[in-house]
Design a protein around this ligand. Structure first.
Ligand SMILES: NC(=O)c1ccc[n+]([C@@H]2O[C@H](COP(=O)([O-])OP(=O)(O)OC[C@H]3O[C@@H](n4cnc5c(N)ncnc54)[C@H](OP(=O)(O)O)[C@@H]3O)[C@@H](O)[C@H]2O)c1
Length: 336
């Protein structure tokens, strides 16, 4: 790999950009997530190649969090090093996010949703990333024990101090999201997005009203685990490939995740994809991008080739009513 990176001149030719909720912020249809493969167990050259590949495809959003690793914080450090080497001329073309909300450091102030935790964690993330500001700073998960006013006001302080441009929430279900939007409106916080798990076989946010709450509140939706951590590539249907997430990291994707029923549903979905002349992976991403409430789909990758492959989903984003019904039926079969 060349030591000097010059971004592809065609990087904006294919990627659609969508406004996040009612904000002015445009996010790429596909974003790159740093949850896995950017920690101590990753290869630095591979990380650099993934970031370059993504940006060359128009993937302008890099999604991080304080605790992405292993060890906690390492993904931000590795991303920060590569941002300094390759992306300094492109800082204004990038949306870089971070989050706080899960356990990060020992003691009572390194977890949940207090002002004390969020302010300290944002400063620590900026130090690791080597940045003056992130574009979106998220509260990573709801905290039932901290008044929501305190959490949302902490996000406002972070934005007002110039350490983030926009604020986000993540894993907030309908009622908490509505409440967050109400408070943000009162204090004029630019709360632009809720980051949520959603894919063809995990419809929870459709069913519990969270999508509707976000749409009504003017929040964009950033989808995570769009491929159900790899299950929706079909790669686990004939065993567990060496080097895959399930083989490497049973903590997040345990081998029990692929039940016989899930495998049958995935086979049905694979058949629908084949009929469309598309790979299952591409159909899974395209299906999400067909939802008007979805702003961006955050993909994870262990190799640059996966990012290039996944971007091919953009070539066919159209679904017939019949195909959509069949996809819904395959997902519903999981519940029978
Ligand atoms: N806010 C939150 O609470 C939260 C929670 C989870 C994730 N996130 C964000 O969302 C991002 C994406 O989540 P995710 O990693 O679960 O997404 P995902 O897209 O569902 O799964 C990504 C994994 O699938 C496999 N894969 C992807 N493309 C493939 C291809 N073309 N062929 C074969 N395998 C392929 C790779 O795993 P292997 O190659 O290693 O098998 C890859 O690491 C995270 O990085 C993070 O930024 C946020």
């Amino acid at each position: 790999m060349s030591d000097v990176y010059s971004a592809s001149g065609s990087r904006y030719d294919r990627m659609p950009y969508r406004r996040s909720g009612r904000s002015g912020l445009l996010l790429p249809a596909l974003s790159l997530g740093f949850w896995h493969n950017f920690g101590d167990n990753g290869n630095p050259e591979n990380m650099r190649a993934m970031m370059r590949t993504a940006f060359d495809l128009g993937i302008t959003q890099f999604d991080l969090a304080n605790n992405y690793g292993p060890v906690y914080g390492r993904a931000e450090e590795n991303a920060g090093r590569i941002l300094a080497m390759d992306f300094a001329p492109y800082r204004d073309e990038l949306v870089i996010t971070s989050k706080a909300g899960y356990d990060m450091w020992p003691g009572p102030y390194g977890d949940h949703g207090s002002r004390k935790y969020l302010l300290a964690s944002c400063d620590a993330s900026l130090r690791r990333l080597g940045l003056d500001y992130v574009d979106i700073f998220y509260h990573h998960r709801p905290d039932p024990d901290t008044p929501l006013e305190e959490t949302i006001e902490a996000l406002l302080q972070i934005v007002r101090s110039g350490k983030a441009i926009y604020a986000g929430i993540s894993n907030y279900p309908a009622d908490r999201a509505r409440e967050a939007v109400r408070i943000a409106g009162e204090i004029r916080l630019p709360l632009v997005v809720n980051q949520l798990r959603y894919n063809m076989i995990d419809r929870k946010i459709e069913e519990d009203g969270t999508i509707r709450a976000c749409a009504e509140g003017g929040l964009g939706i950033a989808v995570f685990s769009p491929l159900a951590q790899g299950l929706l590539t079909g790669k686990y249907l004939d065993g567990i490939p060496a080097g895959s997430r399930m083989a490497r990291d049973g903590r997040y994707l345990h081998r029990d995740a692929l039940t016989d029923k899930k495998a049958a549903a995935i086979r049905r979905l694979d058949h629908i994809a084949q009929e469309r002349g598309q790979k299952l992976t591409d159909m899974a991403l395209a299906w999400l991008l067909g939802k008007p409430e979805v702003t961006t789909v955050i993909i994870g990758a262990s190799r640059p080739e996966q990012i290039t492959e996944n971007a091919r989903c953009l070539e066919n984003l159209r679904f017939s009513d019949e195909e959509l019904k069949e996809i819904d039926a395959a997902a519903a079969f999981l519940k029978d």
